[in-house]
Design a protein around this ligand. Structure first.
Ligand SMILES: [Zn+2]
Length: 383
């Protein structure tokens, strides 16, 4: 008789108000559910200057054989305006077959679904099972993601822990369970481009250098250029100017500097480094002095269709009768860190209500997702 009910575990996790960076008991709730199954649990607390300390959990069952890892996060985004909610976001009420609450879809429901799947799988396989199953759960996915998955992976590497395949339980389905899995994501980087001029009187432009004019020329060049036309699996890369800031209140002064914010979402034809190089070459051709600051949120990654995607597709199909589309759309996720360690695919619940008021997940979806995860384990560990 299984002990973990994915629905009540989802509810217990939602009842921990684990808004990043607070854990609020969420990881202990999960640990209490899986430790009795024989998972060796490591609570990993990481810190870095200027960021809050973060709790993480790495739990592994087995010490050898092939290693299947489920990755996810127990932290959630803030509720937003409580008046917009029709329920208490941390009470986890079930209404009309839906579990309501912050984190129901993103992604406490998926964590509970996997924990229950692992229990059923392990009980069925019994003592003869010689593979490894792990859960890598962070409390820092919705936040800066500095003291989370990336550091757990470093810690694992230092201990010689290797994983052979990873599923991330992000809510990947757009409308109904089984319509989409993510085999990659675009990379994202932010740039602050500052055109440098010389301040002066507008009536004496020959004695000044107008950085606004320079910035406009630079942005015209960058936004007019084509980064690529997309690939078989990716949309075209996109460069968007997000803001232009001069902050000049005077009508008779040429300012000294003008800054633009730029975000680039890029596919696997580029890296952040190659894009910075590309930009510098174009700016050199435009001419003029500038400062360029870049911060990289994540590189593009891609797990080519193969053994792992076949496991995902056939497992989904066996439970809900739909073949998921293999997509690379959407924002970044912690899969960007895992891709350096193992093939990684994201599959979880339906994304429609994530980060919104009245976030919810269907009870039937959580149960079906649990069956899908169990099918993935079966296929992965069946020689
Ligand atoms: Zn998420």
């Amino acid at each position: 008789m299984p002990d973990i009910d994915p629905i009540s575990l989802t509810q217990n996790l939602i009842r921990c108000p684990s808004v990043t960076p607070d854990d609020a008991g969420a990881l202990d709730t999960l640990r209490a559910a899986i430790e009795p199954l024989g998972f060796a649990c490591h609570r990993l607390r990481f810190s870095a200057e200027g960021t809050p300390d973060i709790d993480n959990l790495y739990a592994r069952h087995g010490s050898g054989g092939r290693h299947f890892c489920f990755a996810g996060h127990t932290d959630v985004v803030p509720t937003g305006d409580l008046k917009g909610w029709t329920v208490d976001p941390f009470k986890a009420e079930i209404i009309d077959g839906q579990v309501y609450g912050r984190g129901a879809a993103d992604m406490k429901g998926a964590i509970a679904a996997f924990a229950a799947a692992a229990e059923r799988f392990l009980k069925r396989r019994g003592r003869g099972f010689d593979g490894s199953i792990s859960l890598l759960i962070t409390g820092d996915e919705e936040g800066p993601a500095i003291n989370g998955t990336a550091k757990v992976l470093d810690w694992m590497k230092a201990r010689g822990e290797r994983i052979d395949a990873c599923i991330v339980g992000e809510p990947t389905n757009e409308r109904q369970l089984g319509d989409m899995a993510k085999i990659g994501r675009r990379g994202s980087m932010n740039i602050r481009l500052t055109a440098l001029g010389q301040q002066g009187h507008v009536a004496y432009p020959h004695l000044a250098q107008n950085p606004n004019h320079l910035l406009v020329r630079m942005l015209a060049d960058l936004t007019g250029a084509e980064l690529d036309r997309g690939t078989e699996h990716f949309q075209p890369s996109s460069l968007q100017v997000t803001t232009i800031d001069v902050g000049n209140p005077a009508t008779n002064v040429i300012p000294a500097r003008a800054t633009a914010g730029i975000n680039i979402r890029f596919n696997d034809r580029h890296t952040s480094a190659s894009l910075i190089e590309w930009m510098k070459q174009r700016l050199a051709a435009v001419g003029g002095r500038y400062d360029l600051e870049a911060s990289v949120s994540g590189e593009a990654f891609f797990t080519a269709p193969g053994a792992l995607s076949e496991i995902v597709v056939s497992s989904v199909e066996s439970v809900v009768g739909r073949k998921p589309q293999l997509s690379t759309t959407g924002g970044t996720s912690d899969a960007r860190f895992i891709r350096a360690h193992a093939p990684v695919i994201e599959f979880g619940l339906v994304s429609q209500t994530m980060h919104k008021v009245d976030e919810r997940a269907a009870v039937a979806d959580i149960n079906n997702l649990s069956a899908i995860y169990e099918a993935m384990l079966d296929r992965f560990f069946t020689p």
